[in-house]
Design a protein around this ligand. Sequence first.
Ligand code: GTP
Ligand code: MG
Ligand code: ZN
Length: 290
Amino acid sequence: MRGRIVKGVGGFYYVDTDEGLFTCRAKGLFRHDKMKPLVGDYVEIDVVPGEEMTGNVIEIEERSNELIRPNVSNVDQALIIFALARPEPNFVTLDKMILQYRAQGVPVLICFNKEDLASDELADRVSLDYGHCGCRIFITSAREHEGIDELVSALKGKTTTVAGPSGVGKSTIINCITGCDDQETGEISEKLARGKHTTRHSEIIKITDDTYIVDTPGFGSFELFDIRPEQLSDHYEEFSEHLACRFSPCSHTHEPDCTVKAAVEAGVISGLRYDNYVYIYNELTRSRRY
Ligand SMILES: Nc1nc2c(ncn2[C@@H]2O[C@H](COP(=O)(O)OP(=O)(O)OP(=O)(O)O)[C@@H](O)[C@H]2O)c(=O)[nH]1
Ligand SMILES: [Mg+2]
Ligand SMILES: [Zn+2]
């Protein structure tokens, strides 16, 4: 029987099939070729006779892609969710996430949630700063059900994984979309204004027959890998029209007659995005020395 792994916990894989949800093991079959079943995998299962809704995963179909963070497969796009407040957004982390997915060829949507807790100025500013980064932007309040309909229409017919720090409202937004309270959500810690890592395992939720969203655990920090500093600017959509620098290659950090820097000074490229670019560039350059 064919199905899709919707969740994996403690060696068990929950496989959604036409006949319902089967609890499966993988029986060490994949240890030889080091292929671990992932949430998102389409698989073939053998039903265990005489036991209720139990099976074994015997084959994993070829993946269209495999994300590292979160570790899920066969996704069409990533929905990065940040809160405008509680927790405060870290834009360097956001930019690293955008870079990581773009480098993997995964289209990115960005959702700034908790609009109800933020000033209009902040919502406007992030819309401007991220308006040209090549990702669609959504401003939402899951609490007040604002902006959710636009988000839903961007998910149609696709498998979307959410990603973002703990406590930004990933599970709350999914509950808002499905209209159920199935995903567990957790209050922000009062003292630190941080999430408490409420979601522990990635899980696919079916919105309609061909629309899926993956709830994922939030993270504390996010580090880039597999991007060389000299490739970094390739992933900045807003730089692409301003690449007539005197030096080639140009790192766009210190060289004279850099047209990227000129565009920043003219206010055409967001200063926030550019400053974060320089920060990330320097970080990648430093880490390469060791
Ligand atoms: N004010 C406000 N609070 C929100 C909003 N969305 C979510 N919250 C609250 O933020 C807290 C964290 O929400 P969760 O949905 O658990 O966050 P999460 O991103 O899934 O967190 P992890 O599972 O830990 O990664 C909960 O108390 C939610 O009620 C919003 O739009 N506005
Ligand atoms: Mg959650
Ligand atoms: Zn330059």
